[in-house]
Write a protein of this length. Structure first.
Lengths: 466, 352
């Protein structure tokens, strides 16, 4: 079940009614757990058992970490939790990738290893990171121990976020379970976010997908103007697809009375790559910062080590996205861009200004947007040769079919205008403030646009495949 | 507190009501209009309502005038005494995504006019039409519209348009096989025709769309997700001999008129297939056989494959497809209509 399907809306209504009817907190939490299991079973019931492993392992590891006073013991239990979680992730997501990548090397040593016919469990990348936040935070005593297995199971399986995040933190989510309730205000705020998310996904992203998918299926046929349009369209599509999902997840959680922090904050307004990662997929970038980059040493050591830490973090970030070298390259590309930006930033000028304070911010914005857009080519292409073909079409003007899709043109222009207005701080009315008199009318209009102009073909969320 | 609740209630209610106006306006700008139908006693069938306009947004961005008797883009065709060339077809000839002046019939008229000849071209079409419809209607139209001097039939999909047991779920006439080849005339009646007529009259596209979507939607329960095994679909073609079918239907067609009849074959090529542009027509072998049968029955057959391919090679533009659809796929576009019109014009010059 996708959050953008009508079935999900029916399902959510049913859950909310149950939460409204029952006032007892344990019943409410049980309702959430049952709903989450049903949601997961809708995709494939066989993987519920797999989902149970991290729940039990991390809950009991957490209990042992909490009750142990010796550091070595605490470390041992943490390692058990990390190894089991990462082990499951590697087994299901990366086993075939490593086998296929290193097959020639293994053959040299006389090993004939074959890839397996594995199904990638839904949301495995997301719930693995989510469960790790609990045991790691407990180890560093940054969070309270969760006494209830029910609470912990709700945290891991929470259905609005299990498919593609946002990646919840135990320290933020678990305390909310002690008292949460549906209310008129939560309902209004949640519905507002849900409808905006639905509009982003079904009206914008899915309709752009037709153009983008057609281009990426045969890039060599099209000319460079079309290539630029399609590449920029994908930049916009992935933003609206994923931020739409996040809005729907946050909105549906809010309807049930649970608060989740924002996952996007106008990433395409960034004037540096560092800023981009502070605005894009915030729950992941902060996870990488807190649980990978800082433990590696962050920027506390010498500059060379900082660059290495950045590169390692971003390479793993790329690999987390997908089991393919194109994702690893994409991560490395962003890591390199972060290193370059840091190098230029620290390149002090004689008058005390740094490199980045030179030039208008629009130039900084343009360079950032350009770097991000080129990066998405590797993210979207099925393989390296596909990505190289697209880049070839972009920069080496070749004759080919020109196809300027009117809807893509409309979305590119309107997104640009919206971002310019946002940069000028003029978008307050357009962001549909909760209390504004016109917000309900606009939300209904957005819902009509979704209903009337949704893409005929169902498109799953891009991040749902990770 | 009560007044606040009251205000919120009003805000949401008014919001919903104003969104209905928005939906009405937006559907009348950005959605295809409803095609309304009426019964025509002279033709004995249901046709597009005469003297109406049909708007399309899905592929192209155009409005089409529908004249009498399913004639496309032409007013009072029955009152015009000039020699006429009738172009028969399905949605390729209705050409709703194109403005009237760019449709093949109008382009033929313009070419004759520029050449100083008094002759007009016009389309007779309805979506899903096939050869059975033309056979049923040919004689009726010759009696209703004066001075038709030639018939052209636009063909794209040879199987769908010329063979038995195709498109049986449409409301058009049918070419069937039940041991014998037969043509069954349809009066074209549709379900809920009167309701559609009213909705069309008041531009209530949004209402028909809403009920259409709701009635078609099937909630997917987990246990219904596993798709039903595809029903065994015995190829209709294996039931009869294709050559015998063509022999029958072309014979029927020829008997209906003494005027010249010519097929215009518009292939689905060139087209983007995989990572390349393909020029190979998959219907090539059938097309050659069909053309031979046409010759035998004194029916013309003009194959536009080479002209379509040459046009693409010269311009890098396809004869099919619109900005809103994948390049090279879908209906014949402005380029394709010009190529078809030129073919008709040149053929007529040669014939005369």
């Amino acid at each position: 079940m996708s959050l953008s399907q009508f079935e999900f809306i029916l399902f959510l209504i049913l859950v909310v009614i149950t939460l409204v009817v029952f006032k007892d907190n344990t019943i409410r939490k049980s309702t959430l757990l049952i709903a989450s299991i049903c949601f997961y079973c809708y995709w494939d019931y066989r993987f519920c058992l797999l989902l149970a492993i991290p729940i039990f392992v991390d809950f009991y590891c957490g209990r042992l970490i909490h009750s142990s006073s010796m550091m070595s013991q605490r470390r041992r239990y943490l390692l058990v939790s990390i190894c089991i979680n990462i082990g499951i992730l590697i087994a299901f997501k990366y086993f075939n990738f490593f086998i296929d990548s290193f097959k020639p090397l293994l053959k040299v040593f006389g090993l004939n290893v074959y890839s397996l016919d594995l199904i990638l469990p839904l949301g495995i990348s997301f719930y693995t990171l989510k469960t790790l936040t609990y045991t790691i935070d407990l180890y560093y005593k940054k969070t309270e121990h969760c006494e209830s297995l029910l609470d912990y199971a709700v945290f891991v399986t929470f259905f609005p976020t299990i498919v593609a995040g946002p990646i919840l933190r135990a320290s933020h989510f678990l305390p909310q379970l002690t008292a949460f309730s549906t209310s008129g205000e939560n309902l209004r705020v949640g519905i507002r976010l849900f409808v905006i998310g639905l509009f982003k996904k079904l009206f914008i992203a899915d309709n752009l997908a037709f153009y983008v998918d057609s281009f990426y299926a045969s890039p060599l046929v099209f000319d460079s103007t079309t290539a630029w349009f399609a590449v920029i369209s994908y930049t916009i599509q992935i933003y609206f697809d994923f931020s739409g999902y996040s809005d729907m997840a946050i909105g549906s959680s809010r309807i049930m009375g649970l608060h989740i922090e924002d996952n996007f904050h106008y990433p395409y307004l960034s004037t540096s790559i560092g800023e981009f990662w502070r605005r894009w997929h915030i729950s992941l970038s902060t996870w990488i910062r807190d649980y990978l980059y800082i433990p590696l040493g962050g920027n506390r050591k010498n500059i060379k080590r900082t660059y290495i830490n950045l590169l390692i973090s971003m390479l793993l970030c790329g690999l987390w996205h997908g089991a393919a070298w194109t994702f690893v390259f994409w991560g490395g590309y962003h890591g390199a861009a972060l290193c370059f930006h840091r190098a230029f930033k620290s390149w002090a000028k004689p008058n005390g200004q740094t490199f980045v304070s030179y030039g208008p911010s629009i130039a900084h914005w343009f360079i950032t947007f350009f770097v991000v857009t080129i990066g998405w080519i590797f993210f979207r292409s099925p393989n390296f040769s596909g990505a190289i073909q697209v880049i070839g079409q972009l920069f080496f003007s070749q004759s080919g079919v020109r196809w300027i899709y009117p809807f893509a043109l409309f979305i590119i222009v309107s997104t640009t205008i919206f971002h310019i207005l946002k940069a000028l701080n003029l978008t307050r009315p357009l962001e549909l403030p909760e209390k504004a008199w016109y917000t309900p009318a606009v939300l209904f209009c957005l819902a009509w646009l979704v209903f009337l102009f949704h893409a005929s073909e169902f498109k799953p969320f891009i991040y749902a495949k990770f | 507190m009560r007044s606040v609740k009251h205000w919120i209630f009003n805000k949401w209610t008014l919001g919903f009501l104003s969104s209905l106006i928005f939906a009405y306006v937006i559907t009348n700008i950005f959605m295809d209009s409803l095609d309304s139908h009426e019964y025509d006693p002279k033709l004995g069938k249901v046709i597009y309502t005469s003297n109406t306009y049909y708007r399309i947004r899905r592929e192209g961005w155009a409005t089409t005038y529908i004249g009498k008797y399913n004639t496309i883009g032409t007013k009072d065709i029955d009152k015009n005494k000039l020699p006429k060339i009738a172009i028969w077809g399905d949605s390729e000839v209705t050409a709703f995504p194109l403005p009237d002046e760019k449709k093949m019939g109008q382009q033929v008229s313009e070419m004759f006019s520029r050449a100083g000849r008094r002759c007009i071209g016009f389309g007779i079409a309805h979506s899903d039409n096939n050869l059975a419809d033309y056979i049923v209607d040919l004689r009726k139209y010759e009696s209703l519209i004066p001075n038709i001097i030639a018939h052209y039939i636009v063909l794209s999909n040879l199987n769908d348009d010329t063979l038995p047991l195709q498109n049986l779920n449409t409301d058009r006439s049918k070419f069937i096989y039940d041991g014998n080849f037969r043509i069954i005339e349809s009066d074209g009646r549709r379900r809920h025709q009167k309701i559609y007529y009213l909705l069309s009259k008041y531009n209530l596209r949004v209402v028909s769309y809403f009920f259409g979507q709701v009635s078609r939607y099937r909630v997917q329960f987990p246990w219904s997700l596993h798709q039903e095994r595809a029903k065994s679909n015995k190829s209709a073609e294996s039931l009869y001999d294709k050559l015998e079918a063509w022999e029958f239907i072309l014979d029927e067609l020829r008997k209906k008129s003494n005027n010249p009849i010519t097929f215009l074959y518009c292939p689905y090529r060139p087209a983007i297939i995989g990572e390349n542009v393909s020029f190979e027509d998959p219907q090539r072998e059938d097309k050659i056989i069909f053309a031979d049968f046409c010759r035998k029955h004194n029916i013309g057959f003009i194959d536009l494959t080479d002209r379509f391919n040459d046009f693409f090679l010269k311009t890098k533009e396809f004869p099919r497809g619109f900005a809103n659809s994948f390049p090279g796929r879908g209906h014949i576009n402005i380029n394709g209509h010009r190529i078809v019109a030129e073919a008709i014009f040149l053929n007529e010059l040669t014939r005369n």
